[in-house]
Every structure is written in structure tokens, then in C-alpha cells.
Design a protein around this ligand. Structure first.
Ligand SMILES: Cc1cc2nc3c(=O)[nH]c(=O)nc-3n(C[C@H](O)[C@H](O)[C@H](O)COP(=O)(O)OP(=O)(O)OC[C@H]3O[C@@H](n4cnc5c(N)ncnc54)[C@H](O)[C@@H]3O)c2cc1C
Length: 466
């Protein structure tokens, strides 16, 4: 029940993922009376329950396992690790629980009313959850996304799993075939490879990590291949037959040709995600979707129905938790009468394998296509003292700066802690800074951040340590 025993709020947010819960918190901070509707038992959405957080817990645990198994001995530590998978899964579940409970605490702290159930929009200003009706000046759709599959291939979450099923396997598969060489496929494939599975990634395009800088895509694949992942590029899966023995896949060249059979114990479907609007009643309420099923919004996140807004995975833009959060904050501020702006070009993307892959801004391919003149600076981790000291020398940092004014236009990293290193460049780009700004800023020695500095120096053809 709402505050003051009424069902009337300033803002009702539907969905408690990173977009929805952050929007609710910011609205509350700005003095609004807020409710957040969530259909699942726990708060936090895809990200905290079946996405970012559990995948990173398993990536971190499996990375330590692989380190102990293969790399400790290089540093004079002899040990033979033994996998206790139920305990590793328990660790991951514990991390998820701590995080989702954390959102419950934040809701209480900010006096946000948590409405349990599925929200349906009746009309502008009115929603229904079960038989109960609630009113609000503003309604925010933050219902996120769901797993996508290929036509004719059904995800049963037993033998053909989505990322959700891949997070809860009860034994290490002998052979896991991952359909899709994007972020989620590579992260989950890496987890199970480290724990002992043979992993094959099938990708329709001629390179993995679509959308990233070409050189980084190629280098990342070389590193993942060296780690043991088998890649079938320019290939498509046309059929999947399950039996007690496993899954039999038909794989054809992307442009057509003879099909080959590939047998797997587990198939991970990782071809992307689609916006989730089931049960919201958008059609009847008059909220328009675009041709890809996303809620159509204007620059103020307002949908075609006045007073109904949408943020996060359910609208256009990269399907990333921090993008959803940023939109949640800005929308709350706009609802409070303030102004807000988000530069989608400056939203970083990270692949949490090891080495990590990270990017921000334009790729070389995009700059060439746009006819923008740029200078590129590149520096390898191999030439960095700290990278050698931690035994992680794969990869490089690449910075692309405008040839006329030296402003950084894009940065691309494959290497240790790439996801953390990219942030320095995001901040500099946010202030419209230059490669020179980074090159002349003191970077502690010995740190991996010196690779970023050297790449900035390399933009002006004067790296010091190579
Ligand atoms: C395996 C995996 C790993 C990922 N890793 C990362 C990562 O490392 N970094 C990153 O930035 N992103 C990552 N993502 C993406 C990230 O999870 C999403 O971008 C993010 O969760 C989107 O937030 P959201 O608030 O828009 O939606 P969601 O998090 O999907 O939340 C939507 C919520 O709305 C609820 N809901 C839906 N309909 C209704 C309704 N009618 N009534 C009530 N409640 C409803 C849902 O139950 C859900 O809780 C990952 C995703 C996956 C699957």
C-alpha cells in the first residue's frame, strides 16, 4: 500500500533492474513519492539476478581456478586445485543475494514503495497490479530485456541453454557449443572452458565481438584461441536436435553450402537479447513500439503516451546496465524539472574475460567511413613492467585522436584490467580532452595505467618504453 494509505504516487516505475531501481532512488532523492513494481521475488532485474553480477562472480572464481591450475607454477607456487562446483555456485548465489538484498535496503532507506507483481498500464497515469489500481503523474517503463533465440531452435534450459541456464549448470559439460561470438557468449564460454569444458564458438559474421574495433576483435580472438576456444566464423546453425546423448547441430557456411554436424553436450544460445514488454498492455494503452519491439521514446524518454516514459534495455541504445542507470538518473532529474543529457558515444563497453576487452567512442572503421582524419597510438602490455610482474602481457591499448585538434575520438583495449583502464579515457573524453592531456598527466609507476599513457604518447609518435 502506498504512503498515506493511498495508491497515488508522483512516479511509478515498472521494473526494478538497474534502470528502474536507480530511477526510483533518484526520484526519491529529489523529493518525489515513488513506487517500484517488480514481478520477480528479488529486486535488481536481469543484471543482479541472472546477468552482470552472477556472471562476474563465476568469471572471477573460474579465473582463480585457472590461475591456480596453470599459472601459479610459473611464479613458484606448486598446487593442484580441485573443483567443487556446488560450492562455486553457492559462492555465486551468495554474491547475488547480497546484492539483491542491498537494493531492498536502498528502497527502505529512500522510502520507496515496493509493489510486488506484474504491472500493466491501463491508461496515462494509471496502472494495475493484479486487481489493485495505482495512480501516478508519471509512469516509467523499465522492463528490460529477455533472451533471444534462433528461429526453430528452442531453449529448454537443460541441453540448449540461455545465459540464465549457463549460470546454473550442475556439471562441467564435455563439449559446450556457444552460438554467437558476442560478449555474453565469450564470457560464459570462458567460464566453462576454464572449468574444463571443450568450447566451440559459432559466429555468423567473419569476426567475433561485432561492433568493436576491427584490430581488437582480431587480437581478442587470437588470445581466446590460444586459451583453447575453438572458433567457427562465417557459420550458421540451422538445426538443433536434442536426444539423451546430447545435441546434434547442423552448421552451414553463413553464405550457404553443405551442412556439417557438430555434437555438443550443452549448447549455449547467445545470439542477443530482445526488449521485454509482455503483459504491459502497451498496445491497448497506446504506447508505440518500433520495428525491433523497443518502446519508442523522444529525447526526454517520453513514449507516445503522455506521462509514460521508458529507459534501459527496453528502449534503443546499448543493452548495458550503466546505460540503463544513467538514463534512470537523467529521467528522474527531468521529471523534477531539471535538465539532463547523455552522450551515448561515451558509454564504455567491457568484456569481462581475461584479458578483458574494453572500448569507448569511435572505432577506426567508423572514423574511416565518416572521413574523419585521425592519429592512432598503440602500446602493448608486453612492454609494461607491471604487466610483466603480474604475468599478464597479452594485448594492447589503442587511442584514436582527431588529427586536427588531438581530441580523443575513441579508445580500444584488450589486456589485463581493460575494463578499469578504459575509465580514465572515458573521463578525458567527457571533458573533450586530448591525447596530449593523458600523455602529460602523471601515471603512477609501476601500474598498468602507464600503458594508457604510452598509447597517448604513441599518438604523437613518441612512446618512451618501446
Ligand atoms: C549474462 C548477462 C551478463 C551481463 N553482463 C553485463 C555486464 O557485465 N555489464 C553490463 O553493463 N550489462 C550486462 N548485462 C546487461 C544488463 O544486465 C542489462 O543491460 C540491464 O540489466 C538492463 O537493465 P534494465 O533495468 O533496463 O532491465 P532489467 O535488468 O532486465 O530489469 C527489468 C526488470 O523488470 C521486471 N519486469 C518486466 N516486466 C514487468 C512488469 N510488467 N511488471 C513488473 N516487473 C516487470 C523484470 O522482472 C526485471 O526485474 C548482462 C546481461 C546478461 C544476460
Amino acid at each position: 500500500m502506498a504512503k498515506d494509505n493511498t495508491n497515488k504516487f508522483d512516479v511509478i516505475v515498472i521494473g526494478a533492474g538497474p534502470g528502474g531501481y536507480v530511477c526510483a532512488i533518484r526520484c526519491a532523492q529529489l523529493g518525489m513519492n515513488v513506487a517500484c513494481v517488480e514481478k520477480e521475488k528479488t529486486l535488481g532485474g536481469t543484471c543482479l539476478n541472472i546477468g552482470c553480477i552472477p556472471s562476474k562472480a563465476l568469471l572471477s572464481a573460474s579465473e582463480k581456478f585457472e590461475e591456480a591450475e596453470h599459472h601459479f607454477k610459473d611464479m613458484g607456487i606448486n598446487t593442484t586445485p580441485e573443483l567443487d562446483l556446488p560450492k562455486m555456485m553457492g559462492f555465486k548465489d551468495g554474491v547475488v543475494k547480497e546484492n539483491t538484498k542491498g537494493i531492498e535496503y536502498l528502497f527502505k532507506k529512500n522510502k520507496i514503495t515496493h509493489i510486488k507483481g506484474t504491472g500493466k498500464i491501463v491508461e496515462a497515469g494509471k496502472i494495475k497490479v493484479g486487481d489493485d489500481e495505482y495512480e501516478a503523474d508519471s509512469i516509467v517503463i523499465a522492463t528490460g530485456s529477455d533472451v533471444a533465440s534462433l528461429l526453430g531452435i528452442e531453449i529448454d534450459e537443460k541441453q540448449i541453454v540461455s545465459s540464465t541456464g549457463a549460470l546454473v549448470l550442475d556439471k562441467v559439460p564435455g563439449h559446450m557449443v556457444v552460438i554467437g561470438g558476442g560478449v555474453i557468449g565469450l564470457e560464459m564460454g570462458t567460464v566453462w572452458r576454464r572449468l574444463g569444458a571443450k568450447v566451440t564458438v559459432i559466429e555468423y559474421l567473419d569476426e567475433i565481438l561485432p561492433g568493436m574495433d576491427g584490430e581488437i576483435r582480431k587480437e581478442s580472438r587470437k588470445i581466446f584461441k590460444k586459451q583453447g576456444i575453438d572458433f567457427r566464423l562465417s557459420s550458421k546453425v540451422t538445426e538443433a536436435k536434442t536426444s539423451k546423448k546430447g545435441v546434434e547441430l547442423s552448421v552451414e557456411p553463413a553464405n550457404g553450402g553443405d551442412a556439417k554436424t557438430l555434437n555438443a553436450d550443452i549448447v549455449l544460445m547467445a545470439v542477443g537479447r530482445k526488449p521485454y514488454t509482455d503483459g504491459l498492455g502497451l498496445d491497448d494503452a497506446g504506447v508505440t513500439l518500433d520495428d525491433r519491439g523497443r518502446v519508442e521514446v523522444d529525447e526526454f524518454f517520453e513514449s507516445t503516451l503522455e506521462g509514460v516514459y521508458a529507459i534501459g534495455d527496453v528502449i534503443k541504445g546499448p543493452m548495458l546496465a550503466h546505460k540503463a542507470e544513467d538514463e534512470g538518473v537523467i529521467l528522474a532529474e527531468m521529471l523534477a524539472g531539471e535538465s539532463g543529457h547523455i552522450d551515448y558515444n561515451l558509454i564504455p563497453g567491457v568484456v569481462y574475460t581475461w584479458p578483458e576487452v574494453a572500448n569507448v567512442g569511435q572505432t577506426e572503421e567508423q572514423l574511416k567511413e565518416a572521413g574523419i582524419k585521425y592519429n592512432a597510438g598503440k602500446f602493448p602490455f608486453m612492454a609494461n613492467g607491471r604487466a610483466r610482474a603480474i604475468g599478464m602481457t597479452d594485448g594492447f591499448v589503442k587511442i584514436l585522436a582527431d588529427a586536427d585538434n588531438d581530441r580523443i575520438l575513441g579508445a580500444h583495449i584488450v589486456g589485463p584490467a581493460a575494463g578499469d583502464l578504459i575509465q580514465e579515457i572515458v573521463n578525458v573524453m567527457e571533458f573533450e580532452g586530448t591525447a596530449e592531456d593523458i600523455a602529460r598527466t602523471s601515471h603512477a609507476h609501476p601500474t598498468l595505467t602507464e600503458v594508457v599513457k604510452e598509447a597517448a604518447l604513441a599518438v604523437h609518435k613518441r612512446p618512451l618504453h618501446i
